[in-house]
Ligand binder design. Structure first.
Ligand code: AP5
Ligand code: ZN
Length: 217
């Protein structure tokens, strides 16, 4: 299967992805995770990404990285053998230009776009309560999915961190970017008749059931 997950910050894309990935044997490509890892590792791409991020104030003002940079990352990542059976794109495409460029470069048909529809008002609590184990990408929430020991990863015992862009102030601009630049992507795929609507405000297990239903339809 070739899937695209689209939804605002905190809508649950990163939470549902590992479940879908295991169930359907797909690779999970999250551009946000890839950008953060590249910056942390100071790879050539990370250095380039950081320049772009600094230019737009990336983590601090919550704007998008340039289309060319992100399309390049995805193009490269999709060559991995693990992606040949199918993929989950989490956080990509995030602009109409990215959607068009992916089609040009990959020529790959997308089977389904899962739209994590949710009210903006719910997202601040989700974002400000999120804690992450950076190495594995495991995600927790102080209220909705607490770790066994506060601030500590259940599996490795290593410390959890919070993302620099997970503040109420930065969330505002991330949401603005979503409504302005990413909502048109949903329209773009709606015209192709492949968008499935999810009720992303429901508890995680119920969202998983909706995903399974959408993918078996
Ligand atoms: P990215 O990392 O993609 O961030 P995002 O889109 O803002 O999405 P999040 O990761 O914040 O939300 P999520 O939906 O994954 O939520 P989660 O499942 O963790 O991008 C970061 C930045 O990188 C962007 O701002 C941009 O600058 C850049 N970038 C990335 N891709 C780009 C692109 N294509 N082009 C240009 N720039 C790009 O859930 C959140 C919390 O809620 C967790 O704590 C979780 O435990 C909890 N939770 C999840 N589901 C539920 C539920 N059903 N009920 C209760 N709690 C829940
Ligand atoms: Zn995410």
């Amino acid at each position: 299967k070739r899937l695209i997950l689209v939804g605002p910050p905190g809508s649950g894309k990163g939470t549902q992805s590992p479940i879908i990935k295991d169930e359907y044997c797909l690779c999970h490509l999250a551009t946000g995770d890839m950008l953060r890892a590249a910056v942390a590792a100071k790879t050539p791409l990370g250095i380039k990404a950081k320049e772009a991020m600094d230019k737009v104030g990336f983590f601090y003002i919550g704007e998008l990285v340039s289309d060319d940079l992100v399309v390049g990352i995805i193009d490269e990542a999709m060559k991995k053998p693990s992606c040949q059976k199918g993929f989950i794109l989490d956080g990509f495409p995030r602009t109409e230009v990215q959607a068009q460029k992916m089609l040009e470069k990959q020529g790959k048909k997308v089977d389904k776009v899962l739209n994590f529809a949710i009210d903006d008002a719910v997202l601040e609590e989700r974002i400000t309560g999120r804690w992450i184990h950076p190495l594995s990408g495991r995600t927790y929430h102080t209220k909705f999915a607490p770790p066994k020991v506060p601030g500590v990863d259940d599996v490795t015992g290593e410390p959890l961190i919070q993302r620099k862009d997970d503040t109420a102030a930065v969330l505002k601009s991330r949401l603005e970017a979503f409504h302005k630049q990413t909502e048109p992507v949903i329209d773009y795929y709606s015209k192709k008749g492949i968008v499935a609507q999810l009720h992303a405000e429901k508890p995680p297990q119920e969202v998983t059931s909706e995903v399974q239903k959408a993918l078996s339809a």
